[in-house]
Design a protein around this ligand. Structure first.
Ligand code: FAS
Ligand code: PHB
Length: 394
């Protein structure tokens, strides 16, 4: 069976869903092909912190109703080291800068509901997606669904299929450059229906490893701890997780942690990754298909949103005015912002984690503490941190 649309999108994560919804609001048709089921995509527990630019994008997509009601606006974060808790003001310039706590799961649900309302659900369980004809003006996608082969005739293809997707593989090796750094540790994450440790997030550099106290609401907490990549989730009982977390936050602060059964527990590897360029003829890539950041800076989801800002602007101008300048400049505009977030996430990861086996680990630790001490006691350093954490302008 052949379907026809203007934009063929691979992947129904935040990037694919947000792009499709913004294009729809501007009268541009698209079809999303997703390899997993709707419930699998909806059930993935990931990001939780939204920059103001991402909130603005969700408002433009007309899906921010629940976010505005339930999202928690934060104007500061905690930074703990040497057993002392400091606060970094995210709005020291009183310009109204903030971040919003609202789970990626909730964004996915809001975007999926908007698609269902307009009877334009992503095509779930689309197996073996192939991209053809990107050198021509008539590219197409093919896939198998319930054993039947389908084709999607379109004018452009956008790979929003994440780090392990297929779209990047359609860039000629002579064109595609990739930059990658894998960190020697992972993040063990737990979601639990217990009140958060604090009204704001606390990032903690402990001698035995990083810990983070985050949240999803006033009754649901999200915690992370640095762990070895050799470890698996089943080596971490709830008791071991809570004991280690309380130990890392120290008696004074850690004893405020409310414990309870984990609703979700997973280990995510950490990497910095960028693919360049983000366009090859009629194929574009966006979100995790194009770049990955360690979650320390809470940038992954927010970079997907800024990619979609630049790309949707290009498509809207192209279809409204026949002007392809926005599409031609998409890659450079998006990558300019991506690299600044890659740098910030790399820097903040280096500042807060224990790097095992480094020859000068004692010296590294002294340098980390010196930089943290400078960061929390210098107005200029704190303002620079805040500017990056709330999100650089699009
Ligand atoms: P996604 O990976 O979300 O979506 C890609 C979609 O494409 C998936 O639904 C996939 O099934 C589909 N797909 C892949 N290949 C396909 C194919 N061949 N055919 C059809 N469909 C295909 N970011 C933060 O800011 N904070 C965090 O704490 C955080 N934690 C994370 C934890 C984990 C385990 C992971 C993997 C990521 C985390 N991230 C975090 C980053 C995450 O939030 C991403 O930035 C965000 O999901 C990016 O969205 P997409 O680009 O849409 O990619
Ligand atoms: C989260 O709540 O999932 C979260 C918060 C801050 C981060 C990363 C993840 O830096």
């Amino acid at each position: 069976m052949t379907h026809k649309t203007q934009i063929g999108i691979i992947g129904s994560g935040p990037a694919g869903l947000l792009l499709s919804q913004i294009l729809y609001v501007h009268g541009i048709d698209s079809i999303i092909l997703e390899k997993h089921t709707r419930s699998y995509v909806e059930g993935r527990i990931r990001a939780g912190i939204l920059e103001q630019g991402t909130v603005n994008m969700l408002e433009e997509a007309q899906v921010a109703g629940r976010l505005k009601k339930e999202g928690l606006v934060h104007t500061g974060i905690g930074l703990q080291f040497n057993n002392t808790l400091h606060r970094i003001d995210l709005d020291s310039s009183n310009h109204g800068h903030s971040v919003t706590v609202y789970g990626q799961t909730e964004i996915t649900k809001d975007l999926m509901e908007a698609h269902a309302d307009r009877a334009r659900d992503p095509i779930y369980e689309a197996a073996d997606v192939q991209i053809d004809g990107i050198d021509s003006k008539k590219p197409s996608l093919s896939y198998t669904h319930n054993g039947e082969k389908h084709t999607v005739a379109c004018q452009f293809v956008v790979g929003c299929d994440g780090y392990h997707g297929v779209s990047r593989k359609h860039f000629p090796t002579s064109l595609l450059k990739v930059y990658e750094k894998v960190y020697p540790f992972g993040w063990l994450g737990v979601l639990a229906d217990v009140p958060p440790l604090s009204h704001e997030l606390i990032y903690n550099n402990h001698g035995e490893g990083f810990a983070l106290a985050s949240q999803r609401s006033e009754t649901r907490s999200r915690y992370y701890m640095q762990c070895d990549l050799t470890e698996s989730v089943d080596q971490w009982s709830d008791d071991r997780f809570w004991d280690t977390l309380i130990h890392r936050f120290g008696a004074e602060i850690g004893n405020g942690i409310k414990t309870g059964p984990s609703l979700e527990k997973s280990i995510a590897p950490l990497r910095s990754f960028v693919a360049e360029p983000l366009r090859h003829k009629s194929l574009f890539i966006a979100g995790d298909a194009a770049h990955i950041v360690p979650p320390t800076g809470a940038k992954g989801l927010n970079l997907a949103a800024s990619d979609i800002h630049y790309l949707s602007e290009g498509f809207i101008d192209y279809y409204a005015n026949g002007n392809s300048l926005g599409l031609d400049r998409y890659s450079q505009r998006a990558l300019n912002r991506v690299w600044k977030a890659i740098r910030f996430s790399w820097w903040f990861t280096h500042l807060t984690h224990r790097f095992p086996n480094s020859e000068t680990s004692v010296l590294d630790r002294k340098l980390q503490i010196a930089e943290l001490d400078y960061l929390v006691n210098s107005e200029a350093a704190s303002a620079s941190f805040a500017e990056n954490y709330v999100g650089l302008p699009f």
